[in-house]
Design a protein around this ligand. Sequence first.
Ligand code: NAP
Length: 261
Amino acid sequence: MGDMDGKVALVSAASKGLGRASAMAMARRGAKLALCSRKPDEIAAAAREIAEETGVETWHCAADVGKAEDIQRFVDGAVGHFGGADVLVSNAGGPPPGNFPDFNEADWQSAFELSVMSAVRLVRAVLPHMKTRGGGRILFILSSSVREPIDFLLLSNVMRPAVAGLSKSLSRELAGDNILVNVVAPGTILTDRVRQNRRHFAEKNNISYEEAVDRAAQNIPLGRLGDPGEFGAMVAFLASPEASYITGGFFSVDGGRLKGL
Ligand SMILES: NC(=O)c1ccc[n+]([C@@H]2O[C@H](COP(=O)([O-])OP(=O)(O)OC[C@H]3O[C@@H](n4cnc5c(N)ncnc54)[C@H](OP(=O)(O)O)[C@@H]3O)[C@@H](O)[C@H]2O)c1
């Protein structure tokens, strides 16, 4: 028994990393889960493993959040299965790294579809169902780049602040409907994406993987990278009844990395 018993939480990009950890943390609080990611086998395995470990009911489908029709199919399928939606965790793969000369018109458009329109479309699809339920929670997984641009991640630096603006605006528009909207911003959390990034860094600089991870930890006051479970805990708290007076917020999970007040 948990404080999210009976709640239905939709999590996109949930087969691995931050999405999966968020789903797992909500399942531990009792929420039923609807999950999607692009690879059918991986999302099926994640849904099965979370169900086995926590005992909650899970539903899943393969969907690419860069595509409008896939998002509608995910939300329609989840609501069709569970009969409603209480929580949306909007997550997507990151846009490709690079600097300004690296990107053409098509790259900008596809980053916009993946990072901004995925969030817009997920919200648009779930909102009527949350209103029917008399309330809900929307959480956007973004990045510390919203507050402090990260070198060589230009598309992320440009696209994610748009979603932070969406979050703040929605928090005001939807407060009267008892729908609470917040951003959760990871610093550097040790997921597959970050492991891969560290392996590339190690090869490029002719150092070991361990050394590459240590270097990433150097500018983090807590002295280490985060664990996905530490990130998921924040998402689950904001999705839970305990967080009933928190909306329009921006919550960093970054070991103290951002310096701004
Ligand atoms: N980890 C960090 O420290 C960190 C820091 C800042 C920002 N972020 C951002 O947080 C998000 C999640 O990162 P992560 O570290 O958890 O990455 P990850 O470990 O690589 O996991 C990414 C997940 O997203 C799914 N996915 C990727 N593209 C998708 C798409 N178009 N449609 C549906 N699902 C998709 C993947 O599954 P499939 O391959 O099956 O689709 C996988 O489940 C990314 O946007 C990343 O840029 C992460």
